[in-house]
Design a protein around this ligand. Structure first.
Ligand code: HEM
Length: 424
């Protein structure tokens, strides 16, 4: 009769053999770029800090244009130059644009509806089509630019009136602008929805980027455990429910005003009026609002803070920017800049690009998933590999920009000024 010890030994041996054979087969078939040395099973989960920006810059300096990081069962290839980003994520976008499986972040915390985490599915295509149809047209520009100009005036006013509170003015501006576009309403500094977004966005960021925060996203097999054993689930479900509750409140208020004919032209009106053709569920509709409101709130808020930081650290460019504005508008403080004059103000556009370059909002980009095996520069990647542009490493590389750590709008006074892929 075989003892327990022998059975255990045979099982363990079987597992080790299986691991070795799978490895050998994998290595015969695929070739990954430099793999950052890590621990067995957990890979680099304990090495990659949060926020990861400067650690990833160091890895790029050590391992070159392209390297691989393993975080549990998750394998991410980091692209560290604009050359490789363009070659793969731009030119081969058709196969490099899906999103990774994230059982916690996407399925539980977002109900599968947050667009920036959705795979390359029909649901994603439908959401994206609606967003583009409503937001990316000439009529949309005519409708929404006045919101932007109004909020910009209010921002300048608030900063002049109360310079100590410049960060609150920036918060209100960003949120109010996107709320105007989506629901046709403006935000006040202590706006309930704004405070809610500011509270949960860092949590989303941490779960997305900190390898130690979300076990199920790093070891996706854990998602197969029976629900009562998924210790992270309760937190994720609460997060989702709170989210739905807060945005539902906003949407219900909007619907009341809409029925009374009191709302301004906005995205929500366009969406409601086309929703019969779209056949979207209530939750899908709600999430196109929330995806856009959160995508537009924190990104622009942080960019405004970065402009302030850049002005404090490198004041010389502010004088050049002022001179550029005076050349178009004279020195009358009542004649304020307009988006329509953007082409006449290349220096101001260069300042904006430089803000996005100097300290990219998303330090490690946002991972995409390859949907079929692919080959590039002698490497062979399996389907399912995650890829991201190493934002900090690219924008802070001397090979890409001279004096990369310094804020210099001149970085963009060249052909890169009008390239959407340059700067972030
Ligand atoms: C400074 C401002 C902004 C920055 C730096 C920024 C940055 C980004 C980045 C890095 C991504 C991921 C792209 C990718 O994975 O390929 C993204 C996605 C997205 N952004 Fe923005 N964004 C900004 C403002 C906005 C605004 C104002 C809106 C809404 C009107 C918006 C809506 C979206 C949406 C809907 C997606 C998801 C697209 C998809 O996955 O299909 N963003 N943004």
């Amino acid at each position: 009769m075989i003892s327990y010890a022998s059975t255990f030994g045979i099982l363990a041996l079987g597992l080790v053999l299986n691991f070795i054979i799978t490895r050998i087969r994998f290595n015969r078939r695929y070739k990954l770029p430099n793999v950052v040395p890590g621990w067995p099973v957990i890979g680099n989960s304990l090495d990659m800090p949060f926020p990861p920006g400067m650690w990833l810059v160091e890895q790029a300096q050590k391992y070159g244009e392209i390297f691989t990081v393993n975080l549990g069962t998750k394998r991410i290839v980091f692209l560290n130059s604009s050359r490789v980003v363009e070659d793969l994520m731009e030119k081969r976008a058709a196969i490099y644009s899906s999103r990774p499986d994230r059982p916690m972040l996407s399925d539980i915390m977002s109900g599968g509806y947050r667009i920036v985490m959705m795979g390359y599915t029909d649901k994603w295509r439908a959401q994206r089509k609606i967003m583009l149809n409503i937001l990316n047209t000439t009529q949309a520009e005519a409708k929404f630019v006045p919101f932007q100009e109004l909020e910009a005036k209010q921002l300048v006013y608030e900063v002049l009136q109360n310079p100590q509170e410049f960060h609150r003015a920036g918060q209100r501006f960003s949120n109010s602008m996107i709320l105007s576009v989506i629901f046709g309403r403006r935000a006040v500094p202590d706006d309930e929805l704004l405070q809610f977004i500011l509270g949960y966005n860092p949590v989303l960021g941490e779960v997305q980027m900190d390898p130690q925060k979300s076990p199920a996203d790093n070891f996706s097999t854990l998602a197969n455990l029976p629900k009562p054993l998924q210790w992270w689930r309760l937190f994720g479900e609460r997060f989702y429910q709170d989210h739905i509750k807060a945005f539902n409140k906003e949407y219900t208020n909007f619907l009341d005003e809409y029925r009374r004919g009191m709302v301004k032209p906005c995205y929500a009106v366009d969406l409601l009026e086309s929703s019969k053709e779209n056949k979207m569920t209530d939750e899908e509709i709600l999430y196109t609002f929330t995806s856009l409101i959160e995508a537009g709130s924190d990104t622009t808020r942080v960019s405004i803070l970065q402009i302030m930081a850049a002005a404090a650290c490198y004041p010389a460019w502010v004088k050049t920017a002022q001179a550029a504005l005076e050349e178009v508008y004279g020195s009358d403080p009542h004649s304020l800049p307009s988006l329509h004059d953007r082409r006449k103000l290349p220096y101001i556009s260069a300042v904006v690009k430089e803000v996005l370059r100097w300290r990219p909002f998303l330090q490690m980009g946002v991972p995409h998933t390859l949907i079929q095996d692919d080959e590039y520069d002698g490497y062979k990647f399996p389907k399912g590999t995650e890829f991201t542009w190493n934002a900090y490493a690219i924008t802070l590389s001397e090979k890409e920009y001279s004096n990369p750590f310094t804020f210099e709008p001149q970085h963009f006074l060249n052909d890169d000024l009008n390239k959407p892929t340059k700067g972030h």
